[in-house]
Structure formats: C-alpha cells, structure tokens
Design a protein around this ligand. Sequence first.
Ligand SMILES: Nc1ncnc2c1ncn2[C@@H]1O[C@H](COP(=O)(O)OP(=O)(O)OP(=O)(O)O)[C@@H](O)[C@H]1O
Ligand SMILES: [Mg+2]
Length: 306
Amino acid sequence: MDSNGSKANNLTIERLDAAYGAVRVIEGVSLNVRSGETVALLGTNGNGKSTLMKCVMGIVPPIAGRIVAEIDGVAHDLVGRTTEEIVDLGIALVPEGRRLFPRLTVEENLLLGAFRKKARAEIDANRAFCFECFPRLAERRAQLAGSMSGGEQQMLALARALMQSPRILLIDEPSVGLAPVLVARTIEKIKELKERYKLTVLMAEQNFPQALRIADRGYVIVHGQIAFEGRSAEELNNNDLIKKFFATSSWPSNPGHDVERLWSYLRSPQPPARSGGATVASVWLLRLSASATKPAAFTSSTNVRT
Ligand SMILES: Nc1ncnc2c1ncn2[C@@H]1O[C@H](COP(=O)(O)OP(=O)(O)OP(=O)(O)O)[C@@H](O)[C@H]1O
Ligand SMILES: [Mg+2]
C-alpha cells in the first residue's frame, strides 16, 4: 500500500549490469521509482538509457542484478521473464523513435496496444480515454500513422501504451525529433496523463530542462553508471553535472544569436578559414529551422553568397 491507501505500483532496480557481447554498457545501476512518481533518467547519447529500459522490459537480459516491480501491491521479479510476461503484468514502454506501424491507421495502431489480456477487456473505455486526452487522434483515427506529423506520432505512441492499461510506464526520449514547441507540449501531456491515470513513470531524456519541468526527481546516467541522484527537481537543477551537460548540450541556448552567426557566415566573401565551416552552418540551419522562434535576422534582404 502507498501513503494514499491504494495499492502500490513501483519499480526497483538493484546493482544492474548489462552488456552487448563483451561491451558492458550498464554497470551497477540501482534506482527506484515509487508509486505515482515521475522519475527522470537523464543522460546524453549512448550512456545506456535505452538499454536500461530494455532490461526492465526483458528485451536485453541483464548479466547481474535485480529488477522488481510491485504491481497493485504484488511484487514480481522481472529478470528472466519474457517481454510478453512483463507487458502482461502492466508495464508498458513507449519506445525511442515511437515504433508505430506506419501503414496502419491511428485506430489500428491503438488497438494493437491492447493485446494484454486485462487491456482487451477495457478496450472501449481505454480508446475513449485516449481520444478524449488526444482529440487530434480522434479526428485522425482513419489516417495512416506514417502520414501523421512527428508530434502527432509521439501522441499516438503514448496513447498506444495507455491502451495496455499500464500501471508502470517507461517512456524513452519522448522529445526525440520534435521541435521545441512540440517537446514542451508532449512533456505537458505526459504530466497530465500521469496525474489523470495515476501512473508511475520512468522517463529517459536528454532534454534536461524539459524533463525537469515534470520530474519529481531523477538520476543522471553517465557511461552506464548513475553519476548523480537528485532527490528533487530542484536538486537536479542545481547540480554541476546537469549544468555541465546542459551548457554543452547541442541545442542552442539562444537561437537568435546563432542565426546572426550563421547569417554572417553565409554573407562572408571568403569561406571561413576553419575547416568544416559549411557542416557547422548546415547543422545550425537544421536546428534553427526546428526552432519555434523566427529570428529577426531572416527578414534581412542581403544576398547570400554560394
Ligand atoms: N544492439 C546493440 N548492440 C551493440 N551495442 C549496442 C546495442 N544497443 C546499444 N548499444 C551500445 O550501448 C551503449 C548504450 O546505448 P543506449 O542505446 O542504451 O544509449 P542511450 O543513452 O539510450 O542513447 P541515445 O540517447 O542515443 O538513445 C552505446 O554505446 C551503444 O552503442
Ligand atoms: Mg536511447
């Protein structure tokens, strides 16, 4: 039982090790997600976030350690179980990159989420709940999933997981591939769902500021090890590791400033002395084009040299 008297749904990982062949990618990871919490697993590319989630789901077998999920007050050891058994217990994964069926409709994708026995009995209620939470999916129920926008596809991936009637939800990098305004909207939706559905959530992210907006607390994973455990979002915010990663993160902190630099590069009579200038410029361009703001520099009528 949790403090509210309802049955507990929580996740405990103890001294977990995982490897691909001889390469160890998770080393001695211990973490927990208590009933009703949203815990962030923060880390930049290649640090083991997805691998950890795959271990919980039985997709990657750990080489050592324990993973225990308490579902409706009953504890289950997950290591050694198949993914089907783990899903059946009430643990759902919203995978990185969404993994929808692009040639099936929105509604067909949703229905495929409901293969868990318990969820099959709740299809109508869950579908109605999904359509209420995501009105856009209701409007587009007959549209092919592959033709939806990135943000809509992320909503569909979340809704599909809800069709499993989960107690514990793992969300792997919901912000990937989304423009900043959609990232913010997706993150807010996760918060709303978690509150309405009373879910226990573990969310992997490398967009630290967005994740910290909704996380109760979190862990920073570096090279497969927990480098820092923040007992509150505030503690994470004030942590030097977070500041270091965020300061060096690939997302420009001031898009306007970067546009000015890009613009002066494009207008310069000589190519920049530094090698790779064109690549740097095109990377900026890609990022900036995804930015929500339209910086003033783009209103300039100056010719661009090619
Ligand atoms: N199937 C695999 N075979 C071999 N190595 C793998 C495999 N999957 C992941 N790895 C390696 O394991 C390490 C951790 O990868 P993982 O995908 O867990 O990181 P991540 O934190 O989720 O990264 P990202 O933010 O890019 O998704 C990386 O070095 C990666 O190259
Ligand atoms: Mg990943």
